[in-house]
Ligand binder design. Structure first.
Ligand code: TXA
Ligand code: MG
Length: 327
């Protein structure tokens, strides 16, 4: 493998290592980096040719815009008209964190990363090392999730190493703490439209906005990316509620159950454990890893347990539904 790999930790601002990546970005290269949600594959947002490499490496459709990752609020101002978002100051208190705010864009965002849209999604990731790398790059980093288009996002560096080719540098950090992608919102006056659910949920925004709604599949204001196939393992994956799942695995031995710690106690044969229902991040941070394990395993198919659709589990179920078919 040609690319360079550097080991990093999210809580350590290792300047020397951060500078290595910053130089790659300034020279128009592509860097993979950890965040608290999933790994990102990034290039200089002001360099269209560098951003084109990301689309080529991922096999991503050119009409799907990239999120711009910045180190701080000053840098956000370079790319978005934040003063046109009434609740911006309040929303910005949720940064660094798993939130992408779609706002009217400024000219410094290239046509390639913005996919020709008049808006830009901005995020400050909650990883000290990555923010240091972005700061030293002295530009915004346009970055989608670091996976081939359609595959589950990468939550561990080893997910990427044999999947993406043509990358200049990989920062190998710890597994992603949250494990599903950021919440993407489109705030409009007193309305907050959730384009993609994530760790921040409607509850977090209903304190700030009169109206909070999830964009539906027919909604004219939706994320271009949501129309594409997503998050899917290559093997067949079914989903079912606990009781139906238990009945099914009783009579079908060829399928691997992917279940909560609590449900696992009721299954005699082999099973894979998502995590405890009492610890939502344990579940979300293992989800994509298990979907990828299914593809690598001897099993031809899997069946995953449906979670109660409240709070953060709404977001986790959003990904599970996209990756699976109902039993
Ligand atoms: O957690 C995350 O958001 C990760 C990490 C790396 O930050 N990034 C990520 O990027 O998930 P990506 O490209 O895989 O998903 C971004 C989603 C896509 O569905 C895209 O269409 C949407 O956000 N998006 C980006 N810019 C947008 C814009 N200006 N308007 C509407 N949707 C936008
Ligand atoms: Mg993605």
């Amino acid at each position: 493998m040609a690319e360079k790999i550097l080991d990093v930790r999210c809580d350590l601002k290792d300047q020397e290592k951060a500078l290595t990546g910053a130089r790659v970005i300034q020279e128009g290269g592509v860097v993979i980096f950890p965040t608290e949600t999933v790994y990102g594959i990034g290039a200089d947002v002001e360099n269209n040719n560098a951003c084109k490499k990301i689309y080529a490496i991922k096999g991503r459709q050119p009409d799907n815009p990239l999120i711009v990752h910045v180190a701080d609020l000053d840098q956000a101002e370079n790319y978005a008209c934040t003063n046109r978002v009434r609740m911006f100051r309040e929303l910005a208190k949720l940064w660094p964190g798993p939130l992408t705010i779609v706002m009217p864009k400024k000219d410094r965002v290239g046509d390639v990363p913005s996919a020709g849209l008049g808006t830009v999604g901005i995020r400050i990731p909650d990883c000290d090392f990555t923010r240091e790398f972005i700061k030293l790059s002295a530009t915004g980093i346009a970055a989608p999730s670091a996976n081939m288009s359609g595959r589950p996002s990468a939550t561990r560096a080893e997910h990427i190493i044999n999947e993406l080719h043509g990358v200049d540098l990989i920062y190998r950090g710890e597994p992603s703490r949250i494990g599903i992608e950021s919440t993407v919102i489109y705030p409009q006056d007193d309305r907050c439209i959730i384009l993609r659910p994530g760790a921040y949920t409607a509850d977090d925004f209903s304190k700030m906005f009169d109206h909070v709604e999830y964009a539906g599949p027919q909604d004219p204001v939706r994320s271009p990316g949501m129309k594409y196939r997503h998050y899917s393992p290559e093997k067949e994956l079914l989903r079912a509620k606990k009781e139906d799942l238990l009945n099914f695995v009783e009579t079908h031995r060829d399928i691997i159950p992917i279940v909560t710690t609590e449900t696992a106690k009721e299954i005699k044969g082999e099973k894979w454990i998502l995590g405890s229902i009492k610890n939502p991040y344990e579940i979300s941070s293992s989800l994509y890893d298990l979907l990828r394990q299914l593809d690598a395993s001897k099993y031809h198919r899997g069946i995953i347990e449906c979670l109660p659709e409240t709070g953060f589990f709404i977001s986790v179920m959003n990904r599970i539904k996209k990756a699976s078919a109902e039993l």
